[in-house]
Design a protein around this ligand. Structure first.
Ligand SMILES: Nc1ncnc2c1ncn2[C@@H]1O[C@H](COP(=O)(O)OP(=O)(O)OP(=O)(O)O)[C@@H](O)[C@H]1O
Ligand SMILES: [Mg+2]
Length: 301
């Protein structure tokens, strides 16, 4: 197979791991930066030009689209899909999962339990509503937070109101969320490939910190999921249309809550802590999908 890995940086662990997995399985693979792709569109014919050359005869793409370039990245993924390449993650699924608000709206409407979340209007902060709906302490999150940066624990209502006002003054949109205190600075990351949980770990925040992100100094250990949690992860991925995803769970008194869903999950932490070859699983999933497509085409002839 000829595979394109969309990544801004070929030196990143996840990119290198995927590239190695492609080579190990005997495929040709190339890393391209989605921000350097030119998209050519005309009747019945779509192409991608990369550094002056048309990308031809590729079979599949593995997108690794970072939060800061979601729109540009998904435009490129969609172009490849329309050209008939198979993508391990579809552009519209990336868009559904990427925006925290949109993701919560979709999941909650399907009956998935998520932390109670308020998206305040942008003109006048309603303190009474915050107090009634999410209570204090609560968690304020920038819509575009990443690696735990822009996620703030607010101890009091006064503090929450002034923090939201300050962010809004700077034209940043935020979510206000119930603080799931009983999760004790831990969350669970489940890695799904082909819609099934293949690896999972528990992340623990540093002493005195509530954010368990490994980038914020959190540590991780292998953690098995309950059947209920596995079922939940599969359902979430089905709803969002993701075959490959990282699903983060907070264990709360009322059961597991979906904290977020990552459509380009980092592989470094999960591969190193669990010893599971996630990149290899992604490539095998890709092979199965390509085989299915081939069989389908043969049956049609
Ligand atoms: N409502 C909450 N209650 C308790 N802890 C929370 C809550 N929201 C977030 N946390 C903690 O803070 C961490 C970071 O929050 P979150 O995952 O929502 O944002 P992010 O990590 O910045 O986003 P991304 O994972 O996309 O980079 C979580 O991993 C979790 O440990
Ligand atoms: Mg997170």
């Amino acid at each position: 197979m000829r595979i394109l890995i969309l990544s801004r940086n070929p030196a990143l662990y996840s990119t290198r791991s995927l590239l190695r997995a492609c080579y190990r399985a005997g495929h040709q693979a190339k890393v391209i930066d989605h921000l350097l792709c030119d998209l050519l569109i005309e009747k019945g014919k779509l192409n991608v030009s990369y550094q002056g050359e048309l990308l031809r005869n590729y079979d599949a793409v593995i997108p690794r689209i970072g939060t800061s370039v979601t729109t540009a990245g998904t435009n490129v993924v969609r172009q490849f899909e329309k050209m008939g390449l198979f993508s391990t993650t579809r552009a519209d699924a990336i868009l559904r999962a990427r925006n925290k608000l949109r993701c919560y709206q979709i999941l909650a409407a399907e009956g998935i339990d998520v932390p109670k979340t308020l998206f305040p209007n942008f003109i006048q902060v309603d303190s009474v509503l915050i107090d009634d709906f999410v209570k204090s302490p609560n968690v304020i999150k920038l819509l575009e937070s990443t690696h735990g940066l822009g996620v703030i624990l607010s101890e009091s209502l006064n503090n929450a109101t002034s923090t939201i006002e300050a962010f809004q003054r700077m034209k940043h949109k935020v979510l206000v969320q119930e603080f799931v205190e009983e999760s004790n600075g831990t969350d669970i990351r489940a890695l799904l490939v082909d819609g099934h949980v293949i690896a999972s770990m528990r992340r623990q925040a540093l002493e005195g910190e509530f954010r368990s992100n490994l980038h914020r100094g959190g540590t991780a250990s292998i953690e098995k999921l309950t059947e209920q949690e596995k079922f939940l992860c599969r359902k979430v991925c089905r709803i969002l249309g993701l075959d490959v995803a990282g699903v983060d769970i907070l264990r709360s008194e009322r059961g597991p809550l979906i904290l977020e869903v990552n459509s380009s999950p980092g592989l470094e932490g999960i591969e190193n802590y669990t010893g599971i070859d996630v990149a290899g699983s992604i490539v095998r999933y890709l092979e199965r999908r390509m085989q299915k497509r081939k069989n389908y085409r043969l049956n049609k002839i």
